[in-house]
Write a protein that binds this ligand. Structure first.
Ligand code: HXC
Length: 258
């Protein structure tokens, strides 16, 4: 299927999803978000896809929700459509891993979409922010919640209350991004990381993701119990036998993904 706002490339077991509205700095229009939802549905359903990478271009990952599309919204429009739940939260329901490769602006909804991914690798020129306050609104897709959990109250408050942007160095120090790479090497580095993950046991990678996410949704005791149960379950997989046999036989494991 062809998309108007997204480019989808398949590289072996990796789906590279590029937000593609360069003239609008990848502003996240309703149509773009619908297409993203559709792409993610397809990737999740396709057994050949092990990892998704979400990216933009060198100038912008995404400069936010499309201001032109929502300028004339009434309260009732927003409420009735449950703006933005329907097409914006698909990312948070992905069971396969999703890496955000962020160069340039990741602002407002763009920062929120990046935070919905499992981890963010940032280019040196990346800029993160929740500038909604300058528009007379507040973040609506997790900016006040996920950002606070990721970087703590003080920085999240300052960003949400003043709209100040963070550069890549500050974002890495604060724990928003996992690491920074040179801007011209961003995609190569992220695809390399994705390729390493794609070679691992797919169910075990998915289980690890599920467990880390549990840390956000439960007490430590419950999270540890959940982890232990899933850890025990990995011993039911052929991939566990293969992984450990390969280590002992001093060879590279060849996972069957089952
Ligand atoms: C619609 C946008 C846009 C946006 C940029 N553009 N951001 N269009 N929605 N969020 C468009 C501009 O109108 C312009 O189109 C073109 O992209 C280039 O933008 P410029 O402003 O000319 O570029 P530049 O001077 O380089 O400035 C870059 C920028 C600035 C600092 C990122 O564009 C900016 O401040 N954008 C808005 C950022 C923002 O406020 N984001 C939060 C949105 S609210 P034309 O046609 O004029 O050339 C949000 C709420 C989410 O995300 C809540 C959950 C849904």
């Amino acid at each position: 299927m062809d998309y108007n706002n997204i480019l989808l490339e398949i590289h072996d077991n990796i789906a590279l999803i590029k937000l593609n509205r360069p003239k609008a700095l990848n502003a996240l229009s309703p149509e773009l978000m619908q297409e993203l939802t559709d792409v993610l549905d397809r990737c999740e359903a396709d057994p050949a896809i092990h990892v998704m990478v979400l990216t933009g271009n060198e100038k912008a990952f995404a400069a936010g929700a499309d201001i032109k599309a929502m300028k004339d919204f009434s309260y009732m429009d927003a409420y009735k459509q449950n703006f933005i739940t329907r097409d914006w939260e698909r990312l948070t329901r992905c069971r396969k891993p999703v890496i955000a490769a962020v160069a340039g602006y990741a602002l407002g909804g763009g920062c929120e979409v990046a935070m919905m991914c499992d981890f963010i690798i940032a280019a040196e020129n990346a800029k993160f922010g929740q500038p909604e306050i300058n528009l007379g609104i507040i973040p609506g897709a997790g900016g006040t919640q996920r950002l606070t959990r990721l970087i703590g109250k003080s920085k999240a408050m300052e960003m949400c209350l003043t709209g100040r942007l963070m550069d890549a160095q500050e974002a890495e120090r604060a724990g928003l991004v996992s690491r920074i790479v040179p801007t011209d090497k961003l995609l190569a580095e992220v695809m390399n990381t994705a390729a390493q993950m794609a070679k691992l046991s797919q169910p075990v990678v998915m289980m690890a993701k599920e467990c880390v996410n549990r840390a956000y949704e439960s007490s430590l005791t419950e999270g540890l119990l959940f982890e232990r149960r899933v850890f025990h379950a990995t011993f039911a997989l052929e991939d566990q036998k293969e992984g450990m046999s390969a280590f002992i036989e001093k060879r590279t494991p060849n996972f069957n993904h089952q």
